[in-house]
Design a protein around this ligand. Sequence first.
Ligand code: ADP
Length: 642
Amino acid sequence: MTEQSIGKQTREFQTETKQLLDLMIHSIYTNREIFLRELISNASDAIDKIRVQSLTNHDLLEGDPDFAITLVADEKANTLTITDNGIGMTYDEVVENIGTIAKSGTKSFLEKLKESGGAADSELIGQFGVGFYSAFMVAEKVTLITRAPGQPKGICWESTGDGTYTIEECDREKRGTSLILSLHPEFRSSENPEENFLNQYTLQRLVKKYSDYIRYPIKMAFTVKGKEGEADTQEVRTLNSMTPLWVKSKNEIKPEEYNQFYKDVFHAWDDPLEVMHTKAEGAVEYTTLLFIPAHAPFDFYQRETNTGIRLYSKNVFVMDNYQDLLPEYLRFVRGLVDSPDFSLNISRELLQHSNQLKKIGKNLEKTIFKTLEKMLEKDRDKYKKFWQEYGKAIKNGTYADFANRDKLQTLLMFPSSHSVDELTTFDEYIARMPAGQTVIYYATGKDRSSVERLPQMEILKEKGLEVLYLFDRVDEFAIDSLREYKEKKFQSISRGDLKLQELDAPKDKKDDEVADKENESLIAAVKEQLTGKVADVKISHRLKTSPVCLVSGDEGISLSMEQILSEMDNSMYKASRILELNPDHELFGVLRELHAAAPDSDNFKDYCELLYGQALLMEGLTPEDPIGFAAKVARLMTKPAK
Ligand code: ADP
């Protein structure tokens, strides 16, 4: 080969990488041992990659098909070396993968850390999985030597974590990657065996703890003390058991084992909220082990998380993050499916058309719903935790997943006027409904106090009718798409006619009708003044102490939905506005007098505008002409007080 090799170059890390390294090296961080888990898991991922690729291109194996990860602790050189015969990296890949932080997750990690004042705690590191860079928590210098299959030369990369690294081509016979950690003195001291990462027992313990289910052997030369008079001997041991947990039967597995497995495999930092382990035989055959993480990923609701289900075939890893098994809103579920029906080198495209997989997906959905229903029934505290993290996802499901709508709606929970600290399900709401109530009332707003102060709430409070509170953007979409629950329609307290008179005594009903009649001409005049602003003006039957309120019609979008849509840059849609006047309020009397005296007077016109402005403000909307509104208020305020 006449090719010139690329000589040694010194390069700078990307700014974010520098910051991350700085934190890794300098922060007081107690759980530094997790570096081993992170690096072994990278090694295992690298082997997964070559194994899958070699199924269609056997030459990649270069005659070395025995996948393994090897640990070598060299007490003389003070180095710990982690070697894999995985996919390795080319020159460009090293620069790309190791010198820069491409992942948005790591960037967000840095932001979170800054927010927390730089205290790198184990939870954060675990949560974000900062992988490779964790090597710098324990090493003064990190040397990476790697060769991708088919490449004539290897790449040698080195850094002390000071902001720069060197990279050059070098000779490397074997395919794969070696990571040589020149350990910091405190992590190779015999005074501190627990954190002496050259100590074979420490390494053995850590592999057992964090990497037991890694499916490739993690090997290490073990020194066995010789019997009296005999020399010590060395033997190569495989430190991990490699037995996949899911093949064992349920009653043989302790809860701690599930938890540990979950943490190892899915790089989680805390125990899962729920574990689901089922086996199916018959038309479709599979084993599944699913987990509901205790916490939603930090960016779960902001972007499409690319987590999915892991696929195995008879214990052999097939694919990670397969996303089409579960509907999008259930993507918080982590886990795996092992089925003999998956072929090892099947592509994602082919899988999408697999009927077997579709059936399995449907079954997993059923398992998840059943588990949640049971949780809601038997362990409300746990369900509340679930709801806190994933409630929004379930709500999304109600309008995204028609087929499962019936199951999903029983899982919904909302705050309500019934209790300040408990959430309520629809079933619980219905159980508390007084005789004669035929609909489920709801109110939208930004929080409890703003909803409870809505003028529209007064009458419902007075009549002792429970109202569901919708604070979340998605809530109204969900309720709108459900329309009704167990034949009870959902009714916004700010929409159309609440028909509350039907719950009244006949006498009160009569009074209302009389009030409507008497004020016909006044109402027509107010409507005239507000032409183009409101669709209608009505005498209100829902107000108590407030002079006005704004509601929307039964049809079309609501005022709150209009706000959401306009925030989403979609201001095409407008709710129909209906201004309701409270005939029992003092202001109504004043309005009537003004109208009777001179219906064309500026004063009457101003009052109409001001009432409308007030109604908008109470809905959290800005009067269309805030300056004009303020001027009218000022004028009124400067009139001599009576
Ligand atoms: P992550 O593993 O979460 O992607 P890391 O910082 O640990 O993040 O690693 C960055 C990338 O470097 C990996 O995605 C992978 O492409 C590459 N890499 C790391 N370790 C190895 C290895 N042992 N063999 C091959 N590639 C590796």
